[in-house]
Design a protein around this ligand. Structure first.
Ligand code: HEM
Length: 429
């Protein structure tokens, strides 16, 4: 079977809106073309660089991606509001120190006391460490019961995600009252930070699930990194340096006063059947993605940042960008202009050695690897949900990927010096 046959077999279903609707939608979508990818890792950045912790927005959202992430979701173990606020203050102080390349707390040399920091980051530079905190819906209301006096403060945008086609969410990797996204250019710095947050939370919160991830900066500054499917990932993102795009698509607005300047995070560990993918012909891989593998250019184009041409047909009258290709389904023009800021990392959890393979229908899967999909947005209802609803039903990529967990988190605005994360929610100093 030819590669073209392959792609027809997998990409038969035609469902997209008419050309008229597409053309109308295209006119509302802003131009998304940049000379280089400003959100991608900055290969020229020094590991000694410090990303400021205090500011209008939390770091780790608009920040160019570092090479490592450790995403951790926690459940709060106390029902006392004071203890929750105390935890957030403790975490804030630790984050402010850690992001400067310091230990989580000042160290004493008292041999009779337990050290206030485990110590494995001593001597290491700040490595562009960022710490981004988020609040899950269950922090506000759990099992129908209000918590911490926050019941009326749950933002409408902090929705429970609908069940999407193909979801195989494992309870142990889903949800969480709180989350922390820690990123840095050194995996030991990242692990150290999460370890301190976990330690500092003893008695008040406990780890629920976690996922580490990595990506490699290209040789030149701001080159788009490649994911484990071998494609450049992160090309068409709102540019962090475009303040209008950021306020339209990424930062939360005034709908919920305490969230203004924050952002909503959708996190989804997505397992990829790499062994299956590796057996696909190159042309089919490119049709699935809608982009060329080597350059990252849209099919039919030559430059990575060239705009998608949704109207172009080949000699047989078939769309150059297959209708069920990933980028076509993700394009703002077919999603009423919706955009999200994707900040994902590849993950590798080693091999699956379980007697029963999981997911059971995926034969021959060895690597427990995939994409820790992380995206920030103004409102998930107009962001992730809007885009993924259609993708989850029609994307050719779905035969290779399985969403296995995740959550939605309200990441409050940045912290001012002397304040603590979430202060705008709790309303007390
Ligand atoms: C394992 C899972 C996934 C992989 C490997 C993957 C990979 C890619 C790649 C290679 C691109 C093209 C380059 C780029 O513009 O960044 C892309 C684009 C995109 N992806 Fe994904 N993706 C995955 C999951 C998702 C999910 C769950 C969403 C949910 C909304 C999503 C939304 C998008 C969007 C919006 C674009 C940009 C489309 C455009 O405007 O051109 N992706 N993805």
């Amino acid at each position: 079977m030819s590669t073209t046959d392959d792609s027809r077999l997998h990409g038969r279903r035609r469902f997209l809106a008419s050309a008229t609707t597409l053309a109308a939608a295209a006119s509302v979508a802003p131009a998304l073309s940049y000379a280089r990818n400003r959100n991608a890792p900055d290969a020229s950045a020094s590991d000694a660089d410090v990303v400021p912790f205090f500011g209008e927005h939390q770091a780790g959202i608009a920040t160019p991606q570092q090479s490592h992430v450790y995403f951790a979701a926690f459940d709060v173990a106390t029902e006392k509001r004071d203890e929750l606020i105390a935890l957030l203050k403790t975490w804030t102080n630790a984050a402010a120190r850690l992001t400067q390349g310091q230990t989580a707390a000042p160290l004493s040399n008292d041999p009779g006391k337990e050290p206030l920091d485990s110590g494995e980051s001593q001597g290491l530079p700040a490595s562009r460490l960022t710490v981004t905190f988020g609040f899950g819906a269950t922090l506000f209301v759990k099992d129908g019961k209000e918590r911490f006096g926050l019941g009326d403060h749950r933002p409408a945008a902090l929705v429970d995600l609908p069940r999407f086609n193909g979801d195989q969410l494992v309870a142990e990797r889903t949800g969480g009252d709180l989350c922390i996204q820690v990123c840095a250019n050194d995996p030991q710095v990242v692990f150290h930070a999460v370890r301190q947050f976990a330690r500092l939370s003893y008695g008040a919160a406990k780890l629920r699930w976690a996922q580490t991830g990595f990506l490699s900066a290209g040789k030149s500054a701001h080159e788009t990194p490649r994911n484990l499917m071998g494609f450049k990932d992160g090309t068409m993102n709102p540019s962090a340096s475009d303040s209008k795009a950021m306020s339209d698509f990424v930062w939360a607005g005034s709908e919920t006063a305490w969230m203004q300047g924050g952002s909503y995070l959708v996190a989804r560990p997505i397992r990829i059947a790499l062994e299956h993918w590796d057996r696909m012909k190159l042309a089919f891989q490119e049709q699935v993605m809608g982009r060329h593998k080597d350059t990252g250019a849209p099919l039919g184009k030559t430059g990575e940042f060239d705009a998608l041409d949704l109207e172009a047909n080949d000699a047989d009258g078939n769309p150059v960008l297959p209708e069920n290709s990933h980028v076509r389904l993700g394009a703002p023009a077919v999603n009423d202009g919706a955009q999200i800021l994707r900040r994902s990392y590849s993950y590798d959890n080693g091999l699956s050695f379980t007697a029963e393979r999981w997911p059971p229908w995926h034969q021959g899967m060895e690597f427990d690897a995939g994409l820790m999909f992380l995206c920030f947005q103004h409102d998930p209802r107009q962001g992730f949900i809007k885009i993924f609803d259609k993708m989850s039903k029609f994307d050719m990529m779905n035969q290779f990927v399985t969403h296995i967990g995740g959550g939605v988190f309200a990441c409050p605005p940045g912290v001012r010096e002397g304040g603590y994360v979430g202060q705008s929610l709790f309303g007390v100093a």
